[in-house]
Design a binder for this molecule. Structure first.
Ligand SMILES: *[C@@H]1O[C@H](CO)[C@@H](O)[C@H](O)[C@H]1NC(C)=O
Ligand SMILES: *[C@@H]1O[C@H](CO)[C@@H](O)[C@H](O)[C@H]1NC(C)=O
Length: 411
């Protein structure tokens, strides 16, 4: 459309030539910017498998950087939920984290034609479709720009102020389970990795976090070279064992971190899983890292470029017939016609939903959480919650509020 040829309102006095010139150059700047917005910045795609530009190798200390050792952090949320954006932006700033906001999608705007479906498909509820599409748009952007690794969070995520220490411990645990052994680079500490020799393999190797085997340092990501997906923000998971279904392809190794001070006592843990393997099998203050079995909630995860391409293929373009977190579960387990992928997770997870004070209806745009008013804010499981410590962080203090101090010794 010819903006320059638009007639000016007749009542206006005829502007001077200088004013016209200034106006014209302002318009062309706007036009150039619009073209840039439509085509995106001119970033040449890197060949697949190419890691960090400049030939720099990953270093475990990169986890301390502004993107927590990933190439990017994306946060998905509906633009209308300005309250949530305010919250995550403040939390990220106070955590020295650099995030990119991605617009969530309203399910009702998604055309039936855009939903990959099997014969006889029944359209999923709009909020479920909106959630799926918001995540797919993020994955699509990551694939388009050839981002090597990204952390993807939903906008109500909360984390401990010690998140970098927790992620470092998690990364070392992932190395122990998936990096080749230094003394014999043809094998792994977990004899059931990369795939169990027999479907009924037992948790062969329960490794202690305080005594991890020496492994080959990763070249690509500080989290390791052999993963697709790290489910760091879930609200329930089983530990892989021979008793759980769909577990045949899943390696059974575990890293057990006893006396992790960032894990609350067991009575304060919360999960939606019907069986709680952590509570049933371990002492207070234990965190376990393992491959993913029965994960639930798409609150936060990290994914590699290869993992993102496979996700776009097997969830973006194949039969969207369940809520997004259940599709992720199928992606990880290799069930319901989707291929198996290499997914790992900490239990309990590191990112959790924050529930602010206020109307209970505001808690979720996906499921109905009922009427009423919630008087106090909280975050499940996170002890030194960033959000519950905003005032402490803003004052530059370190007298953290612990949401789950240990209960006094039982008599
Ligand atoms: C953080 O470290 C990762 C992994 O080395 C790297 O890809 C990313 O660019 C770094 N982020 C920043 C902000 O330097
Ligand atoms: C953020 O960075 C500042 C300046 O380097 C530092 O003083 C502060 O402790 C950091 N905060 C967190 C939560 O890492």
């Amino acid at each position: 459309m010819g903006l320059l040829t638009m007639p000016l309102t007749p009542s206006l006095r005829r502007p001077s030539n200088t004013v016209i010139l200034l106006f014209a150059s302002a318009v062309s700047v706007v036009l150039v910017f619009q073209v840039w917005l439509i085509n995106g910045p001119n970033i040449a795609a890197l060949p697949a498998g190419h890691f960090i530009p400049g030939g720099r190798h990953a270093n475990i200390n990169d986890i301390n950087n502004a993107t927590l050792g990933f190439e990017k952090i994306y946060v998905i949320g509906l633009p209308a939920r300005t309250d949530r954006r305010d919250g995550i932006v403040l939390s990220a700033a106070l955590s020295n984290m650099s995030i990119e906001l991605i617009d969530g999608v309203l399910g009702e705007t998604i055309s039936d034609k855009a939903i990959p479906s099997a014969e006889g498909y029944k359209r999923m509820p709009d909020p479920v479709l909106g959630c799926w599409r918001g995540h797919m748009n993020t994955i699509q952007e990551m694939v388009r720009l050839n981002i090597q690794t990204a952390l993807i969070l939903e906008d109500d995520a909360d984390w401990d102020v010690r998140i970098r220490d927790q992620l470092r411990d998690f990364a070392l645990s992932v190395h122990a389970l998936t990096q080749p052994l230094s003394e014999d680079p043809s094998s792994y500490a977990d004899s059931t990795f990369p795939s169990p020799k027999s479907p009924g393999a037992l948790p062969a190797s329960e490794l202690s976090f305080n005594d991890l085997p020496s492994t080959i340092p990763p070249k690509g990501s500080p989290y390791g070279d052999n993963w697709d997906f790290l489910w760091v923000g879930h609200c329930g998971m089983r530990l892989p064992s021979k008793s759980v279904k769909n577990g045949a392809k899943i390696p059974k190794g575990r890293v057990v971190h006893h006396d992790d001070p960032t894990v609350p006592q067991k009575q304060f843990l919360w999960t939606v899983s019907s069986v709680d393997d952590l509570k049933d099998g371990y002492e207070d203050h234990t965190r376990v890292v393992s491959h993913v079995q029965d994960g639930i909630c798409s609150l936060g995860y990290a994914i590699t470029q290869a993992g993102a391409r496979k996700l776009l293929h097997s969830i973006g373009l194949l039969n969207v017939d369940a809520a997004y977190d259940l599709l992720l579960r199928q992606y990880c387990e290799g069930s319901h016609g989707r291929p198996y992928h290499n997914c790992l997770a900490p239990i309990p997870s590191l990112f959790h939903h924050h529930r602010p004070a206020g109307s209970i209806q505001a808690e979720s745009d996906i499921s109905d959480h009922g009427d009423g008013y919630k008087k106090t804010a909280h975050t499940d499981v996170v002890r030194w919650s960033t959000r519950m410590n905003w005032d402490v962080l803003l004052d530059g203090k370190t007298n953290w509020k612990d949401q789950f101090p240990d209960a006094k010794q039982k008599a």
